[in-house]
Design a protein around this ligand. Sequence first.
Ligand code: ADP
Ligand code: GLC
Length: 482
Amino acid sequence: MYIVFASSECTPWAKTGGLADVVGALPSALVRLGHRVSTFLPYYRQVAKAVPNPPVVLQSVTVPFNYYNRFVRILDGGVRDGVQHYFVDCPEMFDRETLYGPPSGDYWDNAERFGLLSRAVIEACKIMGVPDVFHVHDWQTAMLAVLLRSTYFFDPVLQRVPAVLSIHNAGYQGWFPPRTMEMLCLPWDMFTFTKLEQNDTVNFLKGGIVYADQLTTVSETYAREIQTEEFGNGLDELFRQRSSDLTGILNGVDYTEWDPSVDNHIAAHYSATRLAGKKECRRDLLHAFGLHDVAESTAVIGVVSRFATQKGFDFLVAILEELVKQDIVLVLLGNGEPYYENLLREAAAQHPTKVRVQVKYDNTIAHKIEAGADIFLMPSRYEPCGLNQIYSLRYGTVPVVRATGGLEDTIDEQPFGGGNGFKFWGYDPAAFLDAILRALGTFQNKKEWLAMMQRGMQQEFSWEKAAREYVRVYERAVQNRA
Ligand code: ADP
Ligand code: GLC
């Protein structure tokens, strides 16, 4: 099968979160199963820095808007692990400081930027080769699924080509003003509640859910959760309507990137059977955060995250005063909502020997935390899959998580030991603190702790299994459109 991925993120070039990790790894797993895959990614400023002057594949692809055309170039990003990468070059849209906008919000023309991306991929494929299936991701490329079944409806080469939409996060939907319909040359009769309209906005993700042939999301529990009012973000009814076309597929891990036995970002290599290196990584991590003389019996607790309400930082802030009374140090890496950046900076200023925070995006530090911490926190309010807790397992860094979405599906707490981490339920900071205290209790029992670390380290969350499930979804989509 020939599969074309259209995405707004892809490692190693453009990443704000797990979407990039998935689009960076799933295609090569599909190639290993014998399929052909190309990806299309905007030629952002970050990408241009990493890949200056790549060969031009198409000099000018026309992307029409209501009163004007834009013209994009398709650049050859090269072949990695058997996957052909293309970049969509449109400097006025993508040569900007960040991917989506300043910390305070979004770029004002994101509807145009990502509408353009979706349409450019369709147009480019018409010239370079039409795939058997388009695989689009989140609201940013959901419009591709809408375009295929609307403005491209009568196109003979696209009529039988399905689109599969993966929902990595239903909390971000891409809401835009009604005039977006005209800008994207979409007919007004699609601006209804059963199609693209929601609360008098054009909702890109909703459009994708309505028009994509098959839907996937990134864990089985999240696939169920989004069909409820609590997690559906206003789309639960639609998810319920499409539930027979919705599959939860747990993300895998790229163990060439995230495994302490090969990780080049960390101070020493180690594995489940040769753990000595982890101590060195712990020392190195504490050094990177300017912490000295931390006793071995003190638990090093790590966090790597976007600072967003989704990630449960309000829980963390609520229990911080109690937490610092314990024998712990807390190291945090992240950026995002200025509100949490400031709160966490203040907490670090108040407890300089216990709490340290680095407000930035830094892949090396992220790896150092995975390797050097004893405990990893993920108290997310919701978590479609979550990758960091799965990385933590491989690094022997025991996760403490809120039981939701992919966290529920990957972390297992057993009442009398035997699991791979600690969980709490409900929206309750006290329950979070309690879970951390259970972890700290077990941490004091070296034998039990070691056994728990090793159980997690030996688990395998392979992309191959996930890729096979995606192929089944692609096949279903192709059959239903035949
Ligand atoms: P989400 O996609 O919701 O942010 P995931 O757990 O799926 O959550 O993926 C987050 C990814 O982004 C991980 O690879 C994590 O290491 C990375 N990450 C998040 N914040 C940072 C940061 N400040 N610096 C470096 N990497 C980060
Ligand atoms: C999203 C989700 C996260 C998931 C990632 C990759 O950003 O928030 O839970 O792991 O996408 O699918």
